[in-house]
Design a protein around this ligand. Structure first.
Ligand SMILES: NC(=O)c1ccc[n+]([C@@H]2O[C@H](COP(=O)([O-])OP(=O)(O)OC[C@H]3O[C@@H](n4cnc5c(N)ncnc54)[C@H](OP(=O)(O)O)[C@@H]3O)[C@@H](O)[C@H]2O)c1
Length: 316
């Protein structure tokens, strides 16, 4: 599925593109499942992501999509991690001038994929790369969390938030999830130790009462960086997975340097780690619906509505 130009409101259309041939460390994958992420439609809408894709991304037509799972079809001569026939999951990278994953085939480098372990089906694997790599980076990378450490997850009912809650529990941390009232039961069922409904007047008081936190993950945006940092323990980290106001994002570049912008790139190391945890059954990948690839436009409308509690997965 592609958009032929950057014209505003131009719909996605099925088009034919030549099949690329992998060279060097490149891998050609026959796509089986594609997780839909907000970044997919953000790159079509006016904003910094679309600008970046225009400036440094591949030439038009624009093919959206980061997440994919599938079967390796062919590999370049320097590839050592996978071979044809392997089941893999991965993420495309426009900064490497790669086309997106809303396609029958995708060409990426071997450091952007990992083998799908036994116990993880291709649909769940296709929904995991961005949310899984992001949650892994925020919660587990660099041993950020010790057993008993408290983590506040703002936006706990979304894709990243749900994986983060479960990962915190897997690592024996204390998970405090924040979501709307209708999703409180869902976040509790994921294992969160405390769930705060942000629609209640006492929400911030409840967060303060449970502070200090080792980590504060903002997967929702709209929270002030200064307020989030005030909830941290000394040495704690506030991680901005999304940030609605550009001024808040800038806070990452000023003292006390305890707010960080997150870029959850799906790398081989992160994918291998999070896929292993998912395959063990310790985290469940929330899937709300599978749709045929030609329904990508509808999937973007649903995702843009901002109220999904599970992943949409496109099937080519
Ligand atoms: N930096 C990175 O590397 C990275 C990686 C992945 C995602 N992201 C970004 O992180 C955000 C979350 O991604 P996702 O995949 O988890 O999204 P998602 O699955 O679409 O999240 C949907 C959830 O967001 C919550 N929500 C919507 N509007 C809200 C608001 N105004 N305030 C608080 N919560 C709100 C809703 O829960 P409630 O109804 O319960 O509020 C909904 O369940 C997106 O902006 C995405 O672009 C960034």
């Amino acid at each position: 599925m592609a958009q032929k130009s950057w014209a505003r409101g131009e719909p996605l259309a099925l088009i034919d593109l030549p099949t690329p041939r992998p060279r060097g460390r490149e891998v050609l994958v026959q796509v089986r499942a594609i997780g839909v992420n907000p970044v997919d439609w953000k790159m079509r809408n006016r904003g910094p992501l679309r600008l970046a894709a225009r400036l440094i991304g591949p030439p038009l037509p624009f093919v959206p999509g980061v997440d994919f799972s599938g079967i390796v079809e062919a590999v370049g001569e320097q590839v050592t991690l996978v071979q044809p026939g392997d089941s893999v999951l991965g993420g495309t990278d426009f900064s490497r001038r790669q086309r997106g994953s809303y396609a029958e085939q995708v060409l990426v480098q071997e450091d952007q994929i990992a083998l799908v372990p036994d116990g993880l089906d291709l649909v769940a694997a296709g929904a995991l790369p961005v949310i899984g790599a992001t949650a892994w980076l925020c919660v587990a990378e660099h041993n950020r969390l010790h057993p008993g450490g408290k983590v506040l997850i703002l936006g706990a009912s979304g894709g990243v938030g749900q994986v983060a809650v479960q990962l915190v529990k897997h690592l024996q941390g204390v998970a405090v999830g924040v979501c709307s009232g209708k999703n409180v039961a869902l976040v509790r069922a994921l294992g969160a130790d405390h769930v705060i409904d942000y629609q209640q007047n006492d929400a911030h008081d409840r967060m303060r009462a449970l502070a200090p936190f080792r980590l504060v993950l903002d997967c929702a945006g709209g929270y002030s960086a200064a307020r989030c940092r005030a909830l941290l323990e000394p040495g704690g980290l506030h991680q901005m997975i999304t940030s609605e106001a550009p001024g808040e994002a800038l806070q990452a570049f000023f003292p006390p340097f305890s707010s960080r912008l997150v870029l959850g790139r799906p790398t081989h190391t992160r994918l291998r780690a999070i896929a292993a945890v998912a395959a063990s059954g310790a985290i469940r990948i929330p899937i709300s619906e599978t749709l045929p690839l030609p329904d990508a436009e509808r999937a973007h409308q649903l995702s843009q509505g901002g109220r999904l509690t599970g992943k949409l997965v496109l099937l080519p």
